[in-house]
Design a binder for this molecule. Structure first.
Ligand code: ASP
Length: 583
C-alpha cells in the first residue's frame, strides 16, 4: 500500500515512528520559517510540518508549490505537537516531513471543502464528488452504511433472506406513474421500472421463501415535491404464516434494534393507534406524538349562537396551547395570517385566552358569553394561562389545517426536540378511498391489501367503511414505513379488482400472473416496506433525504452532475422505433 496509516489514526503513542500518509491537501499555512499542511482523507486530518533549517530547501520548495486538494504522499516522523488541538483526534501529534510525492495535481475546487462551505446547493450538486469529500456529507453516507449492515444483521438473525427482484418489469395502472424503458427487441413495447417489488415478494411467498427482504431501489414518476426523489430505496420485507401482530412485533424489533445499535437509545414498546383515532385527535394519519395537544371537537357546543362562520361549519375543532395566553394581539394576528397562507388554506382562526383571573378573552366575544366560553374551556381541559386556537369549516380541510397549526405550535413551544424519538403504529387504515375526479374507489394502500375479514361483507354495500389490515410506522410525525396483510385467495382478489373498477379482462391482462399463482397454494402472508432514505435522515437528525443519498437528483428530478435526463441520438431513437415530436 502507498500508506502505512490513515490521516485519522496517529496518536501520542506513535511518536518517533516513521510513517507514510496519503491524502488531499486540505489547508496550507506558510509562515515563512514554518509551514503546516493539513492532510485529509476519509478518516480524518493529520498536520504535516516543515521547518526552514531542518527541512531540505528542495522539499520546502516542493511543498510551496502544492495547492489545495492536490493528492500527495508524505513520509516523515510522528512528533508531539507543541500546541495541541483538542478538536481533532490526531491533535496531539504532527508529522515532521522528510519526503513528499505529488500523486496528482488538482485544480482549485469551486467551493471550500469544509463543514462550513461557501458553495451553494446547485454548485455542490454539480460537483457532488467534491461535496462528498466534506466530513459532514461523508458521515451521512457512513451512517447509511451502518444502518444497512444492522438491518441485514437483524433480519438475517431472524432467517430472512435477501432476494433480488427484477428492475425491468411491467407497467400497471394503480399507484403512481411508472418510469418506462423502451424495448428494442419488441418494437412498441415498454418495460416499467418497479414502484416497489410488491408482486414479486408475494410470489416469493407462494414459492415458499417464507421470510424475504431486500434493500432495493424503487422508482416513481411523481410530480416532485420538496424532498422526494424519483428513485429511492426501500427496505422491503414479506413474511408467511403470520398475523398482523407478528409483523408489527418483528419490525418494531428491527427499528428498536437500529436505535439501540446506532444511537444507543432504548425505545419503549410502540403505541398502536387506529387510523380513526389518529384523524380524530390529530387530523393526520402520521401524528407527531412527541407532544399531546389533541384536537377537541367543539361542533355541538359552539354552534347556534349567531356566529355565522361556526353556524355554517361542518366541524369546529380546537387545540389548547399550554401557557400561551400571554400571546399578544400582534402574535395572534400573525398566527392567523399563518393559517391563512395558501399552503394551509384556513379562512380564519378564533382564539380564546384563559386569563390568570379566571376570565376569558376571545376574538368572538360579541357572540359568546363568559359562560359559553367556559364550556369550551372545560371541554378542552384548559387552565388559566392557556390559549385555545379554533378552526372551522369542512371536516377534512379543517382537520388538515388544524394538524398543521398543531405542529407549528409544537415547534414554537419547543415540543419537537430532534433528539427525542417517539415511534408508534397507526393501524386499521381504510381499505379504499374515493377519487372524486375519476369517480371510483382506489386502494388506499395497494390492491393486494386484505380487508379485515369482519368487514368483507361491507365491500358491496359500503366500500368506504371497510377497514384494511394495513399499518404504518410513524416516528416523530414522519411515516417511515407501511404495509399490510395481503389477500391470498383468488376470489377475494378478483372481488377487490372488481371493486376498483377493473373488468375481468382488465384484471387478467394486468395481474393474471398473481391470480394464477394464488391457485397453486398461496400461504397467508403480509409485509411492509420502510423508506430507507427517510429512515437514515431521521437517524441523522435531518429533514432532507438528499443529504443521505450519494448522488441525488435535484428538485426538478435532474442529476445536474451527469446532466440527465438528456436527449438521445436519432440513431438510438430509430433503433427503438420511437418518434419524438417536440413542437
Ligand atoms: N409495497 C408497499 C409500498 O411500496 C409496501 C408493502 O405493502 O409492503 O408502499
Amino acid at each position: 500500500m502507498l500508506r502505512t496509516h490513515t490521516c485519522g489514526e496517529l496518536r501520542i503513542e506513535h511518536v518517533s515512528q516513521e510513517v507514510t500518509l496519503c491524502g488531499w491537501v486540505a489547508r496550507i499555512r506558510d509562515k515563512g520559517g514554518m509551514m503546516w499542511i493539513d492532510l485529509r482523507d476519509r478518516y480524518g486530518i493529520t498536520q504535516l510540518i516543515l521547518e526552514e533549517g531542518i527541512t531540505s530547501p528542495e522539499l520546502l520548495k516542493k511543498a510551496r508549490a502544492l495547492n489545495r486538494e492536490c493528492v500527495i504522499q508524505a513520509r516523515g516522523m510522528v512528533a508531539e505537537r507543541l500546541s495541541k488541538n483538542d478538536k481533532i483526534a490526531t491533535g496531539d501529534i504532527e508529522i515532521k516531513v522528510n519526503e513528499i510525492t505529488l500523486l496528482n495535481a488538482a485544480k482549485l475546487p469551486p467551493f471550500l471543502i469544509e463543514d462550513e462551505t461557501d458553495g451553494g446547493d446547485d454548485l455542490r450538486m454539480k460537483y457532488r464528488y467534491l461535496d462528498l469529500r466534506r466530513d459532514i456529507v461523508r458521515k451521512n453516507l457512513e451512517l447509511r452504511h451502518q444502518m444497512a449492515i444492522e438491518i441485514r444483521n437483524y433480519l438475517n438473525s431472524l432467517n430472512f433472506i435477501e432476494v433480488e427482484t427484477p428492475v425491468l418489469i411491467k407497467s400497471t395502472p394503480e399507484g403512481a406513474r411508472d418510469f418506462v424503458v423502451p424495448s428494442r427487441m419488441n418494437p412498441g413495447q415498454f418495460y416499467a421500472l418497479p414502484q416497489s417489488p410488491q408482486t414479486f415478494k408475494q410470489l416469493l411467498m407462494v414459492s415458499g421463501f417464507d421470510r424475504y427482504f431486500q434493500i432495493v431501489k424503487c422508482f416513481r414518476d411523481e410530480d416532485l415535491r420538496a424532498d422526494r426523489q424519483p428513485e429511492f430505496t426501500q427496505i422491503d420485507c414479506e413474511m408467511s404464516f403470520v398475523t398482523q401482530d407478528d409483523i408489527l412485533q418483528t419490525f418494531e424489533g428491527l427499528i428498536r434494534h437500529l436505535f439501540k445499535k446506532i444511537k444507543n437509545i432504548e425505545l419503549p414498546p410502540f403505541q398502536r393507534m387506529t387510523y380513526e383515532d389518529a384523524m380524530t385527535y390529530y387530523g393526520t394519519d402520521k401524528p407527531d406524538i412527541r407532544f399531546e395537544m389533541k384536537f377537541t371537537n367543539l361542533t355541538n357546543i359552539a354552534k347556534g349562537k349567531g356566529f355565522q362562520i361556526f353556524d355554517q361549519a361542518e366541524v369546529i375543532l380546537g387545540i389548547c396551547a399550554k401557557g400561551c395566553a400571554n400571546y399578544t394581539r400582534k402574535q395572534l394576528d400573525e398566527l392567523t395570517e399563518w393559517v391563512k397562507r395558501p399552503q394551509i388554506g384556513a379562512k380564519g382562526m378564533v382564539y380564546v385566552r384563559c386569563e390568570a383571573d379566571g376570565t376569558f378573552k376571545s376574538s368572538v366575544d360579541k357572540f359568546y358569553s363568559q359562560d359559553d366560553l367556559k364550556t369550551w374551556v372545560e371541554a378542552m381541559h384548559a387552565a388559566p394561562g392557556d390559549l385555545l386556537l379554533i378552526l372551522s369549516g369542512k371536516d377534512s380541510d379543517t382537520r388538515k389545517q388544524l394538524s398543521e397549526l398543531r405542529l407549528e405550535m409544537g415547534s414554537r413551544l419547543g415540543l419537537r426536540n430532534k433528539n427525542h424519538y417517539s415511534a408508534h403504529w397507526v393501524v386499521d387504515f381504510p381499505l379504499l378511498e374515493w377519487n372524486e375526479e375519476e369517480k371510483r374507489w382506489f386502494a388506499m394502500h395497494h390492491p393486494f391489501t386484505s380487508p379485515k375479514p369482519e368487514d368483507i361483507e361491507l365491500l358491496s354495500t359500503a366500500p368506504g367503511k371497510v377497514r384494511a389490515n394495513a399499518y404504518d410506522m410513524v416516528i416523530n410525525g414522519v411515516e417511515v414505513g407501511g404495509g399490510s396483510i395481503r389477500i391470498h385467495n383468488k376470489e377475494l382478489q378478483a372481488l377487490m379488482f372488481k371493486t376498483l373498477g377493473f373488468s375481468d379482462e382488465e384484471a387478467r391482462a394486468q395481474f393474471s400472473f398473481i391470480m394464477d399463482a394464488f391457485e397453486y397454494g398461496a400461504p397467508p402472508h403480509g409485509g411492509l416496506a420502510f423508506g430507507f432514505d427517510r429512515l437514515c435522515a431521521l437517524f441523522g437528525g435531518s429533514d432532507s433525504i438528499r443529504d443521505f443519498i450519494a448522488f441525488p437528483k435535484n428538485n426538478a428530478g435532474r442529476d445536474v452532475m451527469i446532466d440527465s435526463p438528456s436527449f438521445i441520438s436519432e440513431a438510438q431513437l430509430k433503433e427503438l422505433n420511437i418518434k419524438i415530436d417536440l413542437q
